[in-house]
Write a protein that binds this ligand. Structure first.
Ligand SMILES: Cc1cc2nc3c(=O)[nH]c(=O)nc-3n(C[C@H](O)[C@H](O)[C@H](O)COP(=O)(O)OP(=O)(O)OC[C@H]3O[C@@H](n4cnc5c(N)ncnc54)[C@H](O)[C@@H]3O)c2cc1C
Length: 318
């Protein structure tokens, strides 16, 4: 069995396509897991995106605690005899996967962007050395646990006619010794670069905070509305919040169109946007690294290019 779990629906759906591929190769089935409330609609949705089975572990737990969820998931792994376990690589998922590895005495690879079978062994790839190399890890024992970041795989086409089996079971995890004292929701400005289809990003080529309105304006006329940035803009200058930060230590994005203005294209920035569809780079240095990752390059001063681009797009879009 190939088991898929994340508390994030989108990552689960993305992982299901890879799970279906692995299941086909290993002649197994795909089980999606839901922990918490018995959400039948969600179960149906997972089936329409490639799950053969959905295991709903009903629990009274109110908050996520990795130790309790890991205990529940380990029981599901044993019950479903799962050999490959894909866990969504968000904050909760990474902690959960590591604990699950401990409980099952299993290998765990974190943040893999490709998983495949070779000579009957499961291999998981990770980007290492700031994006300069790819480490290929081989599992020599079962079960194998791999955490998968968002946007690593494209979901399968939704097929509502697919049939699958839903199993519901009351499972409670071993009570944890830790206590959640307070949960405070992080205040965000509603920016979600990870799901954006069009991103216009700014880098240190901008001289002042105020000038960033040029990228905002271009993003608006393109109806993308999403502004991204390189690390110095968010971390050093603090002109934009961390929600906009793209790269190795920021957000990983996969828009259809990525426009980078005044960004040099260091490997740590590329690591966050390399999966973008079309990349347009604007830089006054013809030798800037960013042009190596771009489909279209505009060599010029962003203060001249951006206003022209904005009015050209406005004219085109009516
Ligand atoms: C461990 C680690 C993690 C990191 N993580 C990240 C990360 O997640 N994201 C990230 O972005 N960086 C990250 N970095 C930093 C990264 O190495 C670079 O320093 C950073 O990406 C550079 O940002 P920049 O391109 O905006 O600035 P610069 O490298 O200074 O580039 C500015 C560019 O603007 C161009 N320019 C200047 N003026 C103009 C103008 N008027 N018109 C047009 N072009 C102009 C210049 O030619 C230059 O190419 C990380 C570094 C480390 C060590």
């Amino acid at each position: 069995m190939v088991l898929v779990y994340s508390d994030n629906k989108n990552i689960t759906i993305e992982m299901l396509s890879k799970a279906a591929e692995l299941a086909k190769e290993t002649k197994k089935k795909v089980t999606a897991t839901i922990i918490g409330k018995a959400d039948e609609n969600l179960a149906k949705e997972y089936i329409s995106y490639g799950a053969d089975k959905v295991f709903i572990a009903e629990t009274n737990l109110k908050d996520f605690k990795a130790e309790e969820y890991a205990d529940i998931l380990s029981k599901i792994v044993k019950e479903t005899k799962s050999e490959i376990i894909l866990v969504g690589s968000n904050k909760n998922g990474k902690e959960l996967a590591a604990r699950l590895g401990g409980l099952l005495n299993a290998g765990c690879i974190v943040d893999s962007n490709n998983v495949y079978m070779k000579n009957n062994k499961l291999l998981a790839e990770r980007i290492v050395y700031s994006g300069n190399a790819i480490a290929v890890n081989q599992f020599n024992s079962k079960p194998a646990i791999v955490t998968i970041p968002s946007k690593a795989f494209d979901p399968l086409k939704k097929d509502t006619s697919r049939k699958g089996e839903v199993t519901k079971k009351k499972i409670d995890g071993e009570k944890s010794n830790s206590k959640i004292v307070k949960v405070t929701e992080m205040k965000t400005g509603g920016v979600n670069v990870e799901d954006a289809e069009i991103i216009v990003s700014c880098g240190r080529g901008f001289k002042n905070k105020d000038d960033i309105k040029l990228v905002q304006e271009l993003a608006d006329v393109l109806k993308g509305k999403t502004v991204g940035c390189s690390r110095p803009i968010a971390a050093d200058m603090k002109w934009l919040s961390e929600e906009h930060w793209i790269g190795l230590s920021g957000h990983k994005v996969k828009p259809k169109l990525y426009i980078a203005a005044g960004i040099s294209g260091q490997i740590q920035h590329i690591a966050g946007m390399r999966d973008s569809g079309i990349v347009v780079a604007i830089n006054k240095d013809p030798d800037a690294l960013i042009f190596k990752s771009a489909d279209y390059g505009i060599v010029g001063d962003l203060y001249t290019v951006l206003p022209k681009l904005i009015s050209a797009v406005k004219e085109k879009m009516g």
